[in-house]
Design a protein around this ligand. Structure first.
Ligand SMILES: *Cc1c(COP(=O)(O)O)cnc(C)c1O
Length: 365
């Protein structure tokens, strides 16, 4: 460390950001709490893990890692383009979809730009924009946990550079309806980019799913859909996610602002197989959704107020600063996430694990 680290070396926008509130790693858990982590339910990972075909593909690809991967991710992009009914030029892969949130903001945000999101929110939607000097307006969910459509329409009057939010919402859980989505788009200025983060889309009830990309294209709004292999596909550790845009110009720009070789060779091999193993995905979704409804019902029966979830987690009011309950659960080997964003400091998010892990959590409560 230098004797006098220059006080103005770090940009103020960056110095002022909070440190990313990531989950606790398993080895750190044991060291800190003296017990094994019996139920790691803080990061929305899939208890069924990845498709065995994806694991085999990584093993096969391992010997070839001395070569750089294809920077254009041609094979993966073609696969997703076909699924999304678009062309490869409108698809981009990243080192997790978080990487693409960064690439999007690097490509679009100028100091003092305005970004709109919802609250409670996924941290990077807010902090990723603040990093480049944007002001972020956070529109709170309605008290009944319906999407704040009126509030968002109102906030869009200021013609923000970007509207970004997730559906199902992380951490709250509700999914926006097609009609609500259309209402919000109708209120957006044609120059506002709509970034729709669908990290948990696989868990939405089939009759409530809709093709957000098609609607964005139809209504003529510049839009970007984000998806990830970290949640339902069980590949959080290899880091791979993608975006599909309404406009090739956006993807061309983001290909410049992302890390060129950000998607590593093992991630490419795994994602490619995972896409094709629809049976594994169906098993994951079936278990997660039935267990989610069981855990939510059990929480309600114990008197906890829960937000209605369409994802693989449940957000609930602990009745006191959530860190109190969360710390007690840790001493029993259960790891869930205390929310740290005002005014939700009493709320915690529990990931839906295996049936055994969920029982361990409910018994510990
Ligand atoms: C988990 C998550 C992501 C993505 O994660 P990656 O692992 O970077 O793909 C993106 N958005 C939301 C809302 C998430 O919860």
């Amino acid at each position: 460390m230098s004797a006098s680290f220059p006080t103005d070396l770090i940009r103020k926008d960056v110095a002022d950001l909070p440190t990313y509130n990531a989950g606790l790693a398993l080895d750190q858990f044991k060291a800190k709490y003296g017990v094994d982590c019996l139920a790691k339910l803080d990061s929305n990972e899939s208890p069924l893990g990845p498709s065995p075909r994806a694991v085999q593909a990584m093993q096969k690809a391992a010997a070839g890692v001395w070569r750089y991967p294809d920077a254009g991710n041609a094979g993966l992009r073609a696969k997703i383009a076909e699924q999304a009914n678009t062309t490869s030029e409108n698809v981009i892969f990243g080192n997790g979809s978080e990487d693409l949130i960064g690439a999007l903001f690097r490509a679009t945000i100028r100091p003092n730009d305005h970004v709109v999101t919802i609250c409670p929110s996924f941290g990077l939607h807010e902090f990723g924009a603040m990093m480049f000097g944007a002001t972020v307006t956070k529109v709170p969910f309605n008290a009944d946990w319906s999407f704040p459509v009126a509030g968002l329409c109102d906030a869009l009057k200021s013609k923000p550079r970007v509207l970004i939010f997730s559906s199902p919402s992380n951490p709250a859980g509700p999914a926006i309806s097609e009609q609500e989505f259309r209402t919000i788009l109708a209120a957006a200025d044609p120059a506002t980019l709509v970034c729709f983060d669908e990290a948990y889309v696989e868990f939405i009830a089939p009759d409530q799913q809709f093709d957000a990309l098609a609607i964005l294209a139809e209504t003529g709004h510049p839009g970007l859909i984000l998806r990830t292999f970290s949640k339902a596909f069980g590949l959080a550790g290899v880091r791979v996610g993608y975006g599909v845009a309404t406009d090739t110009q956006l993807i061309t720009a983001m290909m410049k602002t992302r890390n060129p070789f950000g998607v590593n060779a093992l991630a490419v091999a795994a994602a490619s197989e995972a896409i094709d193993d629809t049976a594994h995905l169906a098993r994951v979704v079936a278990q997660a959704t039935s267990e989610r409804d069981r855990v939510a019902a059990a929480l309600s029966a114990k008197g906890f107020v829960c937000a209605p979830s369409q994802a693989n987690f449940v957000f609930f009011d602990t009745g006191a600063p959530a860190s109190v309950l969360v710390e007690k659960l840790r001493t029993k080997g259960v790891l869930i996430k205390a929310w740290q964003e005002a005014p939700y400091e009493n709320w915690a998010r529990v990931t839906i694990g295996s049936p055994d892990e969920n029982d361990i959590f409910l018994n510990a409560l």
